[in-house]
Design a protein around this ligand. Sequence first.
Ligand SMILES: Nc1ncnc2c1ncn2[C@@H]1O[C@H](COP(=O)(O)OP(=O)(O)OP(=O)(O)O)[C@@H](O)[C@H]1O
Ligand SMILES: [Mg+2]
Length: 373
Amino acid sequence: MNNHFEQKFDILLLDDSVEDRELYKRRLNALAGVEFEITEAGDAQDAYEKAMNCDFDCYVVDYSLPDGNGLDFVQDIIEKKNGSGKNAAIIIVTGKGSEEVAAKAFKMGAHEYLTKKSVSNGFFGRPVISAIERAQLTSQLEDFRNRLEKSNQALSEFTHTAAHDLKSPLRRISSYCEILMEDAAERLNDEDKTTLERMMVNAKRMQNLINSLLSYSLINHEEETPEEVDLKALMQEVVEEYGPQIEDENATVSIGDLPTMSAYRLRLHQLFSNLLSNSLKYKGEHDTIIEITAEKSPSCVTVAFKDNGQGIPEDMREHIFKDFKRLHANEEIEGTGLGLSICKKIVQLHGGKIWVESEGDEGTTFYFTLRPV
Ligand SMILES: Nc1ncnc2c1ncn2[C@@H]1O[C@H](COP(=O)(O)OP(=O)(O)OP(=O)(O)O)[C@@H](O)[C@H]1O
Ligand SMILES: [Mg+2]
């Protein structure tokens, strides 16, 4: 395959007029520093056969052809190109300009649309080069995106397997610690007991971390079918699960009118649960008050999750959505720093965004948008 840096391009000229093809060739050959390997075709059938035998960098296609219109040929070429993975530049040339044809051509994937008049006036070589460059850049971008997607998938599978396999040895470590604490309590001095307690606390922390990692990797790993989810009922369910903690802390949770929408239920359960757990964990000096409201627009739902807790300093608001980013030390308040990263992934899975606002020490409001899936 030629590339831009070699400045040599394979190009196919499809036009039934010999004079017009001569004109295109003259324009191309007049370009300094670029070499073209030019193939000519007088009708779509001839061009298609030639396209089957060569991966061209660019097709210049006359809109009106003796055996059909140029857009049909473009359609065939795009299908072939999709199969070969090569992103060739496609340029449509017409006798008379028509906005409708231009729009159709661009929609189909053409890179440039020129009139024969502008070609006669000398406007040809540069647009061809720029279309080829754009097509090649698009190809590279697609290639990078595919590679990135594959490596993300592999990384997520690795995280999932590693986290899963770490679970059972860790569970055994915890159990052995508990057995030792019970059975050997009389033989242990205070220092031994403190060491053992520290081991148990750290094993618990690691269990939390592994569970968070598993949830994190599951978001894109596990297939879940969308369903009609009553957001208000789901939020109530999550609040009930936190019932004992809410009661102990004398917290109040009010849920406004939240709509029903097509969504991934388990993921939203996790999103609501992470936000609620944060509002209860990072409480302020007063009893916690949490208010959840929503606004619906034709395309999405915006949910506001407001608490009166510790608030988040302005310079940290962007960072809290990053993996493992915490504003509190573990000794202060327990956490793995993955909760909000998981929230962000879930919101993105629903085509939405999540952000936070925090006014001084008046608490924190998390906003997120969700689109039906
Ligand atoms: N409602 C809130 N009020 C104040 N600070 C918050 C709030 N929610 C999150 N934060 C801050 O953002 C940080 C990141 O939150 P995140 O939920 O990602 O992790 P975590 O709560 O520390 O751990 P876990 O993974 O167990 O949820 C927290 O450590 C906390 O400092
Ligand atoms: Mg959290």
